[in-house]
Write a protein that binds this ligand. Structure first.
Ligand code: ATR
Length: 458
């Protein structure tokens, strides 16, 4: 967002309630990244959506989103409605048009783009949709429009699924206990051939269970999408992850419905790179940012990291432990077999594979910051904190440790010199890698944890 001035355009989202909306995060990030002079605000409309829309139009508000409970009602207050929004029966985006606003639905195009961004194409595919509310109906319309030729729609209340099937020819309605009627159920284990959509409200509340428990049902899917994005891991997402079936939650749909609305307002096309940036901002805002700890071995990354994660209810990943686990070899063994260069390659790949994490404390190996590529990846991963310790502190912490291949030494004297030499080379790397430097010499762990935690509120 540029500084607000006399030319700043106003955008907003209308709803009731509205205070928990994430849309301002999406749109104000876009304005900032793209250098557009506009601001996006929540607009709480308690009733009379008609006069609100009229007033906002008169005030030349340059674009609006509409959310619960007004997505249908607002349709009576528009000068034109896009045919897709008309068919879905809901409008979530208003674009200025002669004499008022034109209404669009960007939710389903948003879901489609979310799938495309994952390389999932729909034409000629078969789908399974769980749930038969308004969202499921819209998903079925989107699937049919994009060339899906068979949709199995399962719902607790069969009549609601049947009502959708009566309207959309490729939909077959089933009760929740009738999934064994889906072709290929329990056929070959590897014969998964459906895209699966979770469109019930199950998963929104803690303690919610799956609509269907049977693993053989989920084996029908080669990809699953849960429209819920909060919490991040619903029972559906957990089930698919546990079965190694690739899946995503509804956050990407939330992102792309916003991006498409923004494209209408400013008549632009948003690149995949910008989309990814906004997705990362959104993800961290909702699920929590990561803290990445860098520093020389013995600087306290593991003990401080564990304490920080426990105190702030975050996950904890140590990149060296992660490497040992994924390679099924000790660090010493990797050094023996592949040398330092081989280890550094595995380390870079491992850091790259952590890019989906959020709300996690990531403790890195002492040499991870040497490569500029790693430093860049770490900065993208979260707030990077350099735990700074002097030679003496490190020497005292590592002198009896024989698990660190780079510290094998003949004598204590030699070890100290070696630490000093390595530190003098690496200090600059740690400093350029970090958003914040925390000195750890002679300090209690909890004290250090508190200083790092300030980064979480940045
Ligand atoms: P939306 O408009 O967002 O799709 P909805 O119309 O309230 O929301 O639909 C909620 C969906 O979740 C429905 O498919 C509902 O099943 P019913 O049609 O049988 O009510 C489903 N759902 C909600 N709670 C459920 C539960 N405990 N078990 C199974 N399905 C459930």
């Amino acid at each position: 967002m540029k500084e607000i001035d006399g030319k700043t355009k106003v955008l907003g989202v209308i709803g009731n309630p509205i205070e928990h909306t994430l849309s301002p995060v999406i749109h104000n990030s876009l304005c900032r990244i793209l250098g557009i002079n506009a601001v996006y605000v929540p607009i709480h409309v308690e009733n009379n959506i008609g006069s609100a829309v009229k007033g906002l139009c008169a005030a030349k508000v340059a674009g609006l989103n509409i959310t619960v409970p007004y997505k249908q009602e607002v349709m009576e207050n528009l000068v034109e409605i896009d045919p897709l929004a008309q068919r879905i029966g809901a409008v979530n985006t208003l674009v200025p048009h002669e004499g008022g606003y034109k209404g669009y639905n960007t939710d389903m195009p948003g879901l489609k783009r979310a799938l495309e961004s994952k390389g999932i194409s729909l034409a000629g595919r078969k789908a399974i949709v769980i749930g038969a509310g308004g969202a499921s109906r819209a998903v079925c319309i989107m699937l049919m429009d994009n060339g899906v030729d068979e949709i199995y729609l399962l719902n607790r209340s069969l009549d609601k699924a049947q009502a959708i099937a009566a309207e959309i020819p490729c939909v077959k309605a089933l009760g929740l206990d009738e999934y064994d009627k889906i072709p290929f159920y329990n056929a070959d284990e590897k014969n998964s051939r459906y895209i699966m959509f979770q469109c019930t409200s199950l998963g929104l509340k803690p303690g919610d269970k799956l609509a269907i428990e049977d693993d053989a049902f989920y084996r029908l899917a080669d990809y699953g999408y849960d429209l819920i994005y909060n919490p991040a891991n619903t029972p559906f997402i957990n089930k698919l992850k546990s079965m190694n079936i690739s899946c995503d939650n509804g956050l990407s749909m939330l992102l792309y419905q916003g991006l498409i609305a923004f494209e209408y307002w400013f008549d632009i096309k948003i690149s995949q790179e910008v989309s990814q940036k906004v997705y990362d901002i959104l993800r961290r805002k909702l699920y929590g940012d990561n803290i990445v700890l860098v520093g020389y071995m013995g600087s306290g990354k593991t003990s401080v990291g564990k304490e920080l994660s426990e105190k702030y209810n975050m996950n904890f990943v140590d990149t060296d432990e992660y490497i040992v686990k994924t390679q099924a070899k000790s660090i010493n063994k990797i050094f023996e077999e592949s040398g330092e260069a081989g280890f550094r390659k595995i380390e870079s790949d491992s850091i790259a594979s952590l890019s989906g994490l959020c709300n996690t404390v990531i403790s890195t190996g002492g040499g991870a910051v040497i490569s500029s590529e790693n430093r860049e990846m770490l900065k993208k991963l979260g707030r990077v904190v350099y735990l700074k310790a002097d030679t003496e502190t490190i020497f005292n912490r590592v002198r009896h440790d024989d698990q660190r291949p780079l510290l094998k030494s003949e004598s204590e004297e030699e070890l100290k010199n070696r630490i000093e030499n390595m530190l003098s080379v690496r200090r600059a790397y740690y400093e350029t890698a970090a958003h914040k430097v925390v000195v750890t010499d002679n300090r209690a762990i909890l004290d250090i944890v508190e200083e790092i935690a300030e980064e979480l509120s940045e």
